[in-house]
Design a protein around this ligand. Structure first.
Ligand code: PLP
Length: 447
């Protein structure tokens, strides 16, 4: 829907590359979300620190950070050197274990004290698949409860969403459930229940109806795919209590929040423990690595016993991924990276707030400083339905103007602003002047 009112970036080299790529790939891109329209699709030539440079030579200060994995900065030599050393000395895979496997998990356990046992995966999607299968194996139940506006990866069962985009918010009717495109069997939604975030009555109702068959609630504690709208403390406690009462597991999908919002992830901010947690993105500073784990008794269902869950994969715990994770996690654990990240995030929200206030725009920030959502409206949205009532059209226009001026972000306010350590060097005065100009142009008024 946003593609129609895009500001035309019109990059000659980028446009020619897209035209060529369309001979080889559907839409000319490797991930459909990278297609931003015929004149807007970005081709990156180079990354460094907190910047990306496109094929036409324009440099952008990047707050999109590849949807979140970059936590230190692009091409962090401390991580890259560790990976190069491992590849040079050991290789990439052997189809056997390495000492690195347990070493990385021991490091994660230092940072996330509620983790007892883990397994690795190659992407966030795979980590969620592993966690959900483990929860089903352990509980012997099928149903999974998810939250509207959450995202858990591109696999059939998680490719269903409440159709809030086509929802009439003036009625009391719940939105319909719809799939992300075709090719998703109807049967894959059979065990899925969807509730709005922060709605106590909805969670009571679903447990009343099918509580005995709920294997797990799967939730992003802070909706990294819906403008960083956070679960309230009381709601998270409610989910924990409902799971305890009904023998269901609480799975926190920390693919975006893990190792980003705090050393111990979002659950350390709530002080509420998940039974299982998924990690990916920030744990490898851009290298493809993921993991899931939690309670030892739950994870031990992964076994060859008659009731055992099967898990693995050719590239699981490959040495590239694990050496990147080891280096990244060591840096996050032992340096003051989080202090720099949070300071930069707070400074950037402050300057954005000054700009929005200057133009009389009611605005709200949601989520933590390392991953904040920007919403135009009078109240902080509490869930996806509230987000629908914000002025996301103005946000998209503002974002497109920023992109033209050299500030990269997703032109959709459901995607948060991501901060990495390298953002500590951003010229805040330049960023404020640029945001001012982008907003003036969005409103069609003089700066
Ligand atoms: N879970 C969450 C919360 C995510 O944000 C994402 C991706 O954005 C995924 C899972 C899927 O991760 P991946 O793209 O690595 O498969």
């Amino acid at each position: 829907e946003d593609k129609d009112h895009m500001t035309q970036l019109s990059k000659p080299t980028g446009n020619a590359l897209l035209e060529n790529a369309q001979n080889h790939m559907p839409l000319g891109v490797a991930d459909s979300y990278r297609y931003w329209g015929e004149n807007n699709t970005v081709f990156v030539k180079h990354t460094q620190g907190c910047t990306i440079t496109d094929e036409d030579g324009q440099e952008f200060v990047d707050f999109r950070l590849a949807y979140g994995p970059i936590i230190l900065g692009y091409r962090d030599t401390r991580v890259d050197q560790a990976v190069i050393k491992t590849i040079t000395e050991c290789g990439t895979i052997s189809g056997f274990s390495t000492a690195l496997d347990a070493e990385v998990i021991a490091l994660i356990k230092q940072m996330c004290p509620n983790i007892e046992k883990m397994r690795f995966a190659n992407s966030g999607t795979e980590a969620v698949i592993g966690a959900v299968r483990t929860a089903r194996g352990f509980t012997g139940r099928n149903k999974i409860v998810v939250v509207e506006g959450g995202f858990h990866g591109l696999y059939d069962e998680m490719m269903w969403k409440s159709d809030v985009d086509n929802w009439d918010s003036s009625t009391q009717n719940a939105p319909q459930i719809t799939s992300f495109g075709t090719g998703i069997p109807e049967a894959s939604r059979e065990h899925l229940e969807t509730v709005p975030l922060n709605d106590f009555a909805a969670i009571d109702a679903v447990f009343k109806r099918v509580g005995d068959d709920i294997a797990a609630i799967v939730i992003e504690p802070i909706l990294g795919n819906c403008g960083s709208i956070a679960s309230s403390q009381a709601y998270m406690q409610k989910l924990r209590d409902m799971c305890n009462t009904h023998g269901s597991l609480l799975i926190m999908d920390e693919v975006k929040t893990g190792f980003r919002v705090a050393k111990g992830g979002a659950q350390s901010l709530y002080g509420i423990h998940a039974d299982l947690t998924t990690y990916a993105k920030a744990m490898g500073n851009g290298y493809p690595v993921a993991a899931f784990g939690g309670r030892g008794d739950v994870m031990d269902i992964i076994s060859f016993s008659k009731k055992g869950v099967t898990h693995g994969g050719t590239y699981t715990a490959n040495m590239i991924a694990l050496s990147a994770a080891k280096a990244t996690l060591t840096l996050l654990n032992e340096t003051d990276a989080y202090a720099s990240i949070n300071q930069a995030g707070a400074d950037i929200q402050a300057l954005l707030s000054r700009v929005f206030t200057k133009y009389g725009i009611a605005h709200q920030f949601a989520g933590p400083d390392s991953m904040f959502g920007v919403h135009f409206g009078d109240e902080v949205p509490q869930n996806y339905r509230d987000w629908k009532k914000t002025d996301s059209g103005l946000y998209t226009q503002f974002a497109h103007n920023l992109i033209k001026l050299g500030v990269m972000l997703e032109p959709d306010s459901r995607e948060p602003w991501f901060i990495c350590e390298a953002h500590k060097n951003v010229d805040l005065a330049w960023l404020e002047a640029t945001a001012d100009r982008a907003m003036a142009e969005a409103l069609n008024t003089p700066a």
